[in-house]
Design a protein around this ligand. Structure first.
Ligand SMILES: *[C@@H]1O[C@H](CO)[C@@H](O)[C@H](O)[C@H]1NC(C)=O
Ligand SMILES: [Zn+2]
Ligand SMILES: [Zn+2]
Length: 446
């Protein structure tokens, strides 16, 4: 950690040199709050800013990196921050970067992008196709980084108008690795008042945002179990203990958790997605491995589901004279909490999105059974997550995230950049006016 010690010094120096008194007629003023989102939208749509984001997105798309291996992506981000003169901390959680724009003083508000790609082969044939076999940005995190850097650019143009500090969070390993948790564990959100995150979506039209207050995505966990019996000749079963049949019964029994034990009005999932065992037509194997995922919308139900999965697997295995060892792999794949959108921030989001896009372009969506590690941030401090539509009917259908045919409609980039910038800046302005009316604010410097 000593490595970081020079950064705050440099940071303060940098702030001293750039700090200017806030003018009431500045670009980003409390009086002009309602116009900020459309002003930022116009800034983000300028051809040079749009092209800047497109170039970044394509460069990252060509060189996808998996969770905690985003070294080149992280380097690209730091190069851009260096060019803009923005101080940052690095490395955080291996490849993570946290930048700071503004006064360096409270209030602090964070905007976040994830950097990792998926272990899958891109099937889209285009000029900027992934150059790494078996790796692809199929969830749009390349676009997320580009949008956050776009937001950085338009914020930096007005950094001297900022009342407080925007914290730029570039996180590793969203896809199962829990990069957000690792960043949180080293304190990146200490003294930060709120955090905003976005995700591109192939479900909604371009120019529309979809979100909801409260739980928006499920809590998620993985499980794996090795069911061990006794292998032998497939025609002489009496001399074996068949783990294939035991595993089959376990899988059927697991279906009871949602169909019979859960409240039908409370959404839950238990899926066995992996079944590996045997290799011959005439041999009963020694062991079978099954694995899958479970989802729930409250911590209590999630914990209960986990316990029941373990019980059903081990007890059902013993009914069939097998042994079972259950592993939730929480070291590599931590349980993701439920993603909960803060109610107050929902009001804030609606105001910003309405003034940027118009009220008709805000969709109140149903919760998704998918999970997001943004949930770790939103569990620690007030957080808000939303989806940005990408569909342009004249350009044809878009395949969903995690499809090898996934494509980003790059026209979404200015929307994301200006939404990030607007959510952060208007939040700071509103908070600043509250803080100045409350005496003795307990916030320290970051
Ligand atoms: C949708 O695509 C068409 C054709 O490329 C383009 O002219 C139009 O501006 C796009 N719509 C939006 C909202 O960007
Ligand atoms: Zn994904
Ligand atoms: Zn994603």
């Amino acid at each position: 950690m000593g490595f970081f010690s020079w950064i705050p010094l440099l940071f303060n120096l940098c702030m001293l040199l750039t700090a200017k008194p806030t003018l009431s007629n500045s670009f980003l003023s409390k009086e002009g709050l309602a116009e900020i989102p459309s002003k930022f939208f116009n800034l983000a749509k300028r051809p040079e800013v749009f092209q800047y984001m497109v170039n970044i997105r394509r460069a990252i798309h060509e060189n996808p990196e998996l969770g905690f291996e985003e070294f080149e992506t992280s380097k690209l981000i730091r190069n851009e921050l260096d060019k803009m003169g923005i101080p940052y901390k690095y490395p955080i959680a291996v490849t993570g970067v946290v930048g700071y724009i503004g006064t360096g003083k409270p209030p602090f508000v964070a905007i976040r992008a994830d950097m990792d790609a998926l272990a899958m082969q891109e099937a889209v044939e285009w000029e900027h196709k992934s150059k790494i076999p078996g790796k692809m940005h199929a969830c749009g995190h390349d676009a997320h980084v580009a949008m956050l850097l776009g937001a950085t650019k338009i914020l930096q143009e007005h950094h001297s108008d900022l009342e407080g500090t925007v914290v730029l969070v570039f996180q590793p390993a969203e896809e199962g690795g829990g990069g957000a948790k690792k960043m949180l564990d080293v304190g990146i959100l200490e003294n930060v008042d709120a955090i905003f995150g976005l995700h591109v979506s192939t479900r909604y039209p371009l120019g529309m945002v979809a979100t909801r207050p409260g739980p928006i995505m499920a809590g998620s966990g993985f499980f794996e179990a090795v069911i061990t019996g006794k292998g032998g000749h497939a025609a002489i079963p009496q001399h074996t203990i068949d783990p294939i049949l035991a595993a089959s019964n376990i899988i059927v029994s697991l279906q009871h958790l949602v169909s019979r034990e859960a409240d039908p009005l409370d959404s839950q999932v238990v899926t066995v997605a992996k079944f590996q065992g045997g290799g011959a037509f005439n041999v009963i194997p020694d062991a079978v491995t099954i694995g899958g995922t479970f989802r729930a919308f409250s911590k209590e139900i999630f914990v209960q589901l986990k316990q029941r999965i373990e019980e059903v697997i081990t007890l059902q295995a013993s009914v069939q004279r097998c042994n079972a060892a259950v592993d939730f792999h929480t070291n590599e794949k931590p349980f993701y909490p439920v993603t909960v959108n803060n109610i107050d921030l929902h009001g804030h989001f609606l105001k910003v999105a309405e003034s940027m896009l118009g009220g008709n372009n805000i969709i109140e969506m149903q919760p998704l059974m998918g999970a997001e590690d943004f949930s770790f941030f939103a569990e620690a401090i007030p957080g808000y997550f939303s989806y940005l539509g990408m569909i342009n009917k004249t350009q044809g259908r878009l395949e969903p995230g995690h499809s090898p045919y996934f494509k980003v409609n790059e026209d979404v980039l200015p929307y994301g950049a200006s939404l990030h910038a607007s959510l952060a800046v208007t939040y700071l302005l509103e908070l600043q006016s509250q803080v100045t009316t409350q005496k003795g604010s307990s916030h320290d410097e970051l």
